[in-house]
Design a protein around this ligand. Structure first.
Ligand code: DC
Length: 202
């Protein structure tokens, strides 16, 4: 039976890690929808037109080595403002959500637009300084040459754009359960998410 978990939240809130661990725990398929926007953003950085790039997106585009970087993230946030880009990615996400074995999707508009009927909706957040510190540590571990201030500024700029756009802005669905991970480690955040899912699975 299809069981859909929708997980939204701002960048570096912990939603990706929580989503992957929930998918592994329950055997659900996982879709990181941010990767779709990053792949479109990367194609635009490489010279493509945004709507064409979204319509022509292929699975292999998700393997581009630059997608996890800050340039692709900013480009993703910029193309994500365009309604026809979002529309081009809609059917794929909805079909994924209806998989028979269950699905976890994480992004910005999963509970509000992509899966308004999801069985579980979570909104994972944390203060911007905590999120920037986490992202900075990840980037440093990966050898990137950046500063905490640059990472914080980048996150704030993306949050403002993602929350302020007219189409499918980042916001919690009215029926989402909020989890603030500012003071939690990943095990605590995951335990909260699992408790919500267990209540819904019955
Ligand atoms: O989750 P992420 O940081 O990889 O997402 C990159 C950008 O893509 C994000 O800043 C906004 C956009 N995005 C979106 O608009 N809707 C989604 N469901 C997922 C991502």
């Amino acid at each position: 039976m299809a069981f859909t978990v929708a997980i939204d939240g701002p960048a570096a809130s912990g939603k990706g890690t929580i989503s992957r661990q929930i998918a592994a725990r329950y055997g659900y398929a996982h879709l990181d929808t941010g990767l779709l926007y990053r792949a479109v953003g990367q194609k635009v950085l490489d010279g493509a037109e945004p709507v064409e790039a979204a319509r022509a997106l292929r699975p292999d585009d998700l393997n581009h080595p630059g997608l996890r970087g800050a340039d692709a993230a900013q480009a993703a946030s910029r193309v994500a403002v365009i309604p026809d880009v979002r529309r081009a990615l809609l059917d794929f996400q909805r079909a994924f959500a209806r998989r028979a074995g269950g699905a976890v999707l994480d992004g910005r508009d999963i509970g509000t637009v992509i899966c308004p009927d999801a069985n579980v909706k979570l909104y994972i957040t944390a203060s911007d300084s905590v999120r920037a510190a986490r992202r900075f540590a990840e980037l440093q571990a990966g050898g990137a040459d950046t500063t905490f201030e640059a990472v914080l500024a980048d996150l704030r700029q993306r949050d403002t754009r993602d929350q302020g756009r007219a189409t499918a802005p980042l916001k919690p669905a009215v029926d989402a359960v909020l989890i603030d991970t500012s003071q939690m480690d990943i095990a605590e955040a995951l335990a909260e998410a699992v408790a919500v899912i267990e209540r819904q699975r019955g």
